[in-house]
Design a protein around this ligand. Sequence first.
Ligand SMILES: [Zn+2]
Length: 105
Amino acid sequence: MAAGQWELRISEVLVKFGVTKERLQENAAEELESTLQDYHDLAEQYSDMMTTFCYEDRPVRRNNVWLCPKCGKRVQYNHTHCHWCGKKMGWDGNQRKGGKGRCRR
Ligand SMILES: [Zn+2]
């Protein structure tokens, strides 16, 4: 069974944006679904990673020590990331969570 018209259209788009390397064949709908599921999973993982490593959160100050806003363990003042969980620290408060800050390396 050959791919239908709509499948050919989608196939073109997917190839164009590099989602798939090859044009879709007979089982196009199935392939597409699993590809999209992969992307969905990837996007979720990526979003978690961005939240942890790229977006800053202000450390919590308690009893004269600084605590990681994510895992609650102690962090040293002015460390860029939590020693325990890798959460990015926002000491100056210039860049807030969810702001336009990009990951700087
Ligand atoms: Zn932490």
